[in-house]
Design a protein. Structure first.
Length: 455
């Protein structure tokens, strides 16, 4: 009898346990991407069968920042607790503070919906584990932030918009700000734990990213419009399986790159429109010791069918690339005539970076006038760091296997400018059917470059 009672107790407990389990209705899609290198299928979540939860059901009120911020957080918490859910932002302009996503959550903006983010820096505290120009630190929360999440999405036909009243005052880099980033540089160089790199103070003014996916995987960003940004606009950091598609970005402030995949792998960026104050897409992998410490190259990144209206470059590689960058494919993209552009592809590094760059492909890209040239590769790009801090550890960057084919522009100063170092020349560069209607200075400017093939 005792055994029977024990068995029944175990059976009841097990049944209650099963009934209490979260049952997620998320399914998964594997996207196979054609590229000139081996690339695994990208796994992304599908929320079409998940419960939809309008933020108005959780107390959101138009024009009320506190109630709307709290409602979004409650809806995200509920979707996560269910094991999968869609948080709906209805039509209307919703003033909000920071949004922290959780696993198994799709933030969906209906047509006509606008998430208008507060310009008050205090709304992005407490500080979170983030980065500044390739160095990890605790800083203001990104406006939308996902940390160590799986299966997250931001979708819809709506808009996310940053109010810039305060952030634009922080675009300037006065001496106190420069001293703060110098302090962060030295903390990183000394391998001080990230938790001790607290950068929220009265002098640093390190602006947060708009959207940062940090150490996350299975990510979708689709359909939305992004307007303005305090700093980098979309920042997948240490992420895997990322799809960014049909997104429109307009951000013309300081450091306003469109997408910055950093130490991220298996990334697809397609059918997007970029109108930027900085690079449209900038691929990165950490600055100096950060890349060496984390040892995670950015790799298997495909950029296709994108349109650039303005941007310093269509694609920049670096200058933060200490973890290495490889296997990048830029295909069938266009830069509109009249865009403000320096290069189509610009690979930039310096004697402090180390890392590596290899197996970069650009195919079927066209542009109008370019201020400089189609391809630029430079190994002495230091910007403000040149005089701010000395070289602590010298590590050169091997750059090789860069392929361009069927790339055209109307008016350039040069087709390619490759400036390597004598002790480590750039090598294996292949240009096939790469041309411009007018070359104002010299077609090819090459220093310390080996095996450059021009067809």
């Amino acid at each position: 009898m005792k055994n029977k009672l024990t068995f029944m107790a175990i059976f009841i407990c097990h049944s209650l346990f099963i009934l209490g389990q979260k049952t997620s209705s998320i399914s998964f899609t594997n996207i196979k991407v054609n590229a000139p290198f081996k690339m695994s299928a990208i796994t992304i979540p599908n929320f079409s069968k998940c419960k939809k939860m309008p933020i108005t059901d959780f107390g959101a009120v138009l024009g009320d920042k506190e109630k709307t911020t709290q409602a979004i957080a409650k809806a995200i918490e509920k979707a996560n607790a269910l094991g999968g859910g869609v948080v709906i932002i209805p039509a209307g302009e919703w003033l909000t503070g920071k949004i922290h996503l959780k696993s198994n959550v799709n933030l969906h903006l209906n047509k006509g919906a606008v998430l208008l983010f507060s310009e008050n820096p205090n709304d992005y505290l407490p500080a979170v584990h983030s980065t500044w120009e390739g160095m990890e630190c605790y800083n203001y929360s990104p406006l939308i932030y996902a940390y160590e999440c799986k299966n997250v999405a931001i979708t819809g036909e709506g808009e996310v918009k940053a109010q810039m009243d305060i952030w634009k005052q922080w675009f300037a880099r006065p001496k106190p700000h420069m001293e703060s980033i110098k302090r962060l540089y030295n903390l990183a160089s000394q391998y001080i734990p990230v938790k001790d790199r607290q950068m929220v103070n009265d002098t640093a003014h390190l602006r947060p990213q708009f959207i940062q996916f940090n150490r996350s995987e299975n990510i979708v960003l689709e359909g939305i419009t992004i307007t303005n940004s305090p700093f980098w606009t979309i920042h997948p950091y240490l992420c895997k399986n990322v799809v960014i598609r049909k997104v429109k970005v307009y951000a013309h402030g300081h450091n306003n790159d469109g997408v910055d995949p950093e130490m991220s792998q298996n990334v697809l960026i397609e059918d997007c429109t970029f109108d930027q104050g900085d690079d449209a897409i900038a691929i990165k992998s950490g600055r100096n010791p950060e890349g060496w410490r984390l040892k995670t190259p950015s790799k298997n990144i495909v950029i296709r069918n994108c349109l650039v209206k303005n941007g310093h470059q269509l694609v920049a590689i670096g200058s933060e690339l200490s973890g290495g960058i490889e296997n990048v494919f830029i295909n069938n993209c266009e830069v509109v005539d009249g865009a403000k552009l320096s290069h189509l592809l610009f690979i930039k590094t310096n004697e402090r970076m180390g890392g590596f760059v290899k197996n970069i492909h650009v195919s079927h890209v066209k542009a109008g006038k370019i201020d400089l040239g189609i391809l630029g590769i430079e190994t002495d790009v230091l910007y403000q760091w040149r005089n701010l801090v000395p070289t602590i550890e010298r590590r050169l960057t091997p750059i090789q296997e860069v392929y361009l084919d069927n790339v055209t522009a109307s008016n350039v100063k040069f087709i390619s400018r490759i400036l390597g170092q004598k002790e480590l020349p750039i090598k294996d560069i292949f240009l096939k059917n790469v041309k411009a209607s007018t070359v104002l200075e010299k077609e090819h400017i090459h220093e310390n470059a080996l095996n450059v093939n021009l067809k």
